[in-house]
Design a protein around this ligand. Structure first.
Ligand code: HEC
Length: 110
C-alpha cells in the first residue's frame, strides 16, 4: 500500500513540474513586454509594434531570441526614432521562456 501511495505522489509531482516547465508565451509577453511593445504588440511611444513588423515576421526564431536575450542598444539600435534601448533579458527569462515568448510575438507580427 505504501508503495502505491509513493508512486502516486511521484506521478503527481512529475505532472506538476511538467506543466510548470511549459512556458506560456502569451503570459510572459503580458508580464514582460506589454509595457513597451503594447497590448497585442500594437506598439507604444516607447517601442516599435510587432503587428506587421517585417523583422519579427521574417527573421528566424533564433534571431529574435538573440534580440530578446541580449537586447539592442547604442549603435545596434535599428529604430532610432525610439530613444529607448531594447533591454537584455539574460538571467531574467530562461531560454525556454524566451523561445515561448518569441513563438508568441511571431503570431502577432502576421
Ligand atoms: C523597456 C522597454 C522594452 C521592453 C520591456 C521590451 N522591449 Fe523589445 N524593444 C524595445 C525597443 C525600444 C526596441 C527597439 C530597439 C531598436 O531600436 O532596435 C525593441 C525591439 C525589440 C525587438 C526587435 C524589433 C525590430 O523591429 O527589430 C524584439 C523582437 C523585441 N523588442 C522583443 C521584446 C520582447 C519579446 C520583450 C519581452 C520579453 C520586450 N521586447 C520587452 C523596448 C522594450
Amino acid at each position: 500500500m505504501k508503495r502505491i501511495i509513493a508512486a502516486g505522489v511521484v506521478a503527481i509531482a512529475v505532472a506538476v513540474a511538467g506543466s510548470a516547465l511549459a512556458a506560456d508565451g502569451a503570459a510572459i509577453f503580458k508580464a514582460k513586454c506589454v509595457a513597451c511593445h503594447g497590448a497585442e504588440g500594437a506598439g507604444t511611444a516607447m517601442a516599435p509594434a510587432f503587428k506587421g513588423n517585417a523583422f519579427v515576421r521574417d527573421s528566424k526564431n533564433v534571431e529574435c531570441e538573440l534580440v530578446v536575450t541580449h537586447g539592442r542598444k547604442g549603435d545596434e539600435k535599428k529604430h532610432k526614432n525610439f530613444a529607448m534601448a531594447m533591454p537584455s533579458h539574460e538571467g531574467k527569462l530562461s531560454a525556454d521562456e524566451i523561445k515561448a515568448v518569441v513563438d508568441y510575438i511571431k503570431t502577432l507580427a502576421k
